[in-house]
Design a binder for this molecule. Structure first.
Ligand SMILES: [Zn+2]
Length: 48
């Protein structure tokens, strides 16, 4: 299953690396827009 963003191009499912943990998301191969399932649960765990 492929998703498309505004520009209607194909999006690539990739893993991105944040500060602490990585997350998966869809990156547009044309405009570079990222539609991600950002794992924000981590922000609520420990925040100093
Ligand atoms: Zn795009």
């Amino acid at each position: 299953m492929k998703r498309r963003d505004r520009c209607g191009s194909t999006m690539s499912y990739e893993k991105f690396y944040g500060q602490a943990e990585g997350y998966f998301g869809w990156r547009c191969i044309v405009c570079g827009d990222i539609i991600g399932k950002v794992i924000r649960e981590n922000r609520f765990r420990k925040k100093r």
